[in-house]
Design a protein around this ligand. Structure first.
Ligand code: ZN
Ligand code: ZN
Length: 346
C-alpha cells in the first residue's frame, strides 16, 4: 500500500516558550485525533515529527496515525533552520519509499514547517540542496507564527508560505482545523488515486498566504536562563518587545523596551537542545521591565546575577550560593542602574 508521509518540522526555540509550545503540542494532538477519525487518512497517513532549536532531532519517526503518539516538545536556544532542513532531507531519504520501475513508492510527502523566528545558522546550502533535489518531490507548507518569522527565508523554500496571527480566542482552533483539513484532503485525493498540489482554502480570518515577504522585523523577545538556588533546576525568563514611543513636538523616538512575559521551568535537557554559542549576546537590564519570581522554589526574584555572569534566584538581600559556579555571593539591596546580562539566541 502506498503511504502518505506527513512531516512536522517544528521550531522549539526559546521564543516559543510557554503558551506557544504548549499550543504546538495541542496542535499535534488535535491533528492526529482528526486523522484517526477519517477513513482515508487512517488508511494512508504516516506522521513524523522533527524538532529544532540549536540542535535538531527526529522526536517521532514515521509511523501510521494509529500508532502515533504525540511527543512532548523540547525547548532550546537557537533556531538552526539549515540543520533542520538537512535532518528533514535525511529523514525523507531514510523513510520514504521511492517509486521504482517495478513498484509505486509512497505518495509525495507533505511537510509542515512551523517557525516563529529567524535562523541562527546559515540555511543557504540546505535551501539550495532542498530546491535542487527535494522541492519538486514534496509539498512543503511553511507557516510563520506571527510577524517575526523570517518570511524571506521561507519564501526561498516554497511558494506556500503562510502567516498565522492570533488575535482572539478560538483562532488557534481554526488554524489546527485547517492543518487537519489539508492532510485529510490530500489523503482523500490519493485515496482516489490522484495527487494534488493545491492547498485547501485558507481561513482568512487567522491566516493568509505571504506573497511579498515583509521587511525583516526586529527581535521581538529577549530570553534569559537562570538556575534555582534551592533546586538547581534551570528556568527561562522571557521578555517581549513593547515599542515605547517617546514623542515631543519636535521629535519622535522609538525606544526598545521589553516587558516580562513569563518565567518557565526548564528541563535539564534544554542545554542539549541549545546552541552553545548562545552566550555571546548581551542585553542591558535597564530595557527589561518586570522581574519574575522563581518558578521552582518561589523565591521572590529569579533575576539575581552572580559574578560568574549567570542568573540565579534569591529571596532578597543576603548570602547565596551560586548554583552554576558554587561560589558564595552576597547580595545587597538592589541598585537602580541596569547591568548587562547574557541573553540567548531565541
Ligand atoms: Zn528557586
Ligand atoms: Zn556563579
Amino acid at each position: 500500500m502506498r503511504r502518505l508521509p506527513v512531516f512536522f518540522v517544528l521550531d522549539c526555540s526559546e521564543s516559543m516558550a510557554g503558551e506557544n509550545l504548549q499550543k504546538m503540542e495541542e496542535c499535534l494532538q488535535a491533528v492526529v485525533r482528526t486523522l484517526r477519525a477519517d477513513p482515508h487518512a487512517l488508511e494512508s497517513v504516516y506522521v513524523s515529527v522533527i524538532a529544532f532549536a540549536g540542535a535538531v532531532r527526529t522526536i517521532a519517526p514515521l509511523v501510521e496515525v494509529v500508532s502515533f503518539y504525540p511527543p512532548k516538545l523540547p525547548l532550546g536556544s537557537g533556531t538552526s533552520l539549515g540543520a533542520a532542513l538537512d535532518a528533514l532531507m535525511s529523514e525523507i531519504d531514510r523513510s520514504v519509499v521511492k517509486t521504482t520501475a517495478d513498484a509505486k513508492g509512497d505518495w509525495k510527502p507533505i511537510i509542515y514547517l512551523i517557525t516563529d523566528g529567524h535562523p541562527t545558522d546559515n540555511p543557504g546550502p540546505a535551501i539550495e540542496r532542498w530546491n535542487a533535489k527535494y522541492a519538486r518531490k514534496t509539498n512543503l507548507i511553511a507557516i510563520g507564527l506571527g510577524k517575526n518569522a523570517d518570511f524571506t527565508v521561507l519564501k526561498r523554500l516554497t511558494e506556500n508560505v503562510i502567516v498565522y496571527e492570533e488575535s482572539q480566542e478560538g483562532d488557534f482552533q481554526k488554524f489546527v482545523k485547517w492543518i487537519s483539513a489539508s492532510v485529510v484532503a490530500q489523503s482523500k485525493s490519493v485515496g482516489e488515486g490522484v495527487e494534488s498540489d493545491t492547498l485547501p482554502i485558507l481561513d482568512e480570518s487567522v491566516m493568509r498566504i505571504i506573497k511579498e515577504p515583509p521587511p525583516v522585523a526586529d527581535e521581538s523577545c529577549v530570553t534569559l536562563v537562570g538556575r534555582c538556588q534551592k533546586t538547581r533546576r534551570p528556568y527561562l525568563i522571557k521578555y517581549e518587545q513593547a515599542v515605547q514611543v517617546v514623542a515631543t513636538r519636535d521629535f519622535k523616538l522609538d525606544v526598545a523596551r521589553y516587558d516580562l512575559a513569563g518565567c518557565y521551568p526548564l528541563e535539564e535537557d534544554y542545554f542539549n537542545w541549545s546552541d552553545q554559542r548562545a552566550t555571546e549576546f548581551k542585553v542591558n537590564t535597564a530595557s527589561l521591565v518586570g522581574s519574575p519570581g522563581c518558578p521552582h522554589c518561589g523565591n521572590i526574584t529569579a533575576f539575581a546575577m552572580c559574578g560568574c555572569g549567570k542568573l540565579l534566584c534569591v529571596n532578597g538581600p543576603g548570602v547565596a550560593t551560586c548554583p552554576w559556579c558554587q561560589q558564595q555571593i552576597e547580595f545587597a539591596a538592589a541598585a537602580s542602574d541596569g547591568f548587562d546580562v547574557n541573553r540567548s539566541r531565541g
